[in-house]
Design a protein around this ligand. Structure first.
Ligand code: ZN
Length: 55
């Protein structure tokens, strides 16, 4: 799994669950695990409160 921001390595525990937060060791960005029913694991930017990401 690679960070979406810096492409650094993110270690995801084997027992990680859907929606669990993982943090990049390199840049400190938090991501939310998105695990599909088929067991495919992906990450998406974690929801942040009070910050407008814009488009
Ligand atoms: Zn990173």
């Amino acid at each position: 799994m690679n960070c979406l921001e810096c492409y650094g390595e993110i270690t995801v525990p084997n027992d990680a669950i859907d929606g669990e937060l993982v943090t990049c060791n390199d840049c400190g960005t938090s991501f939310e695990l998105d695990i599909s029913d088929a067991g495919v694991r992906d990450i998406k930017p974690a929801e942040t409160v009070g910050e407008d990401w814009g488009e």
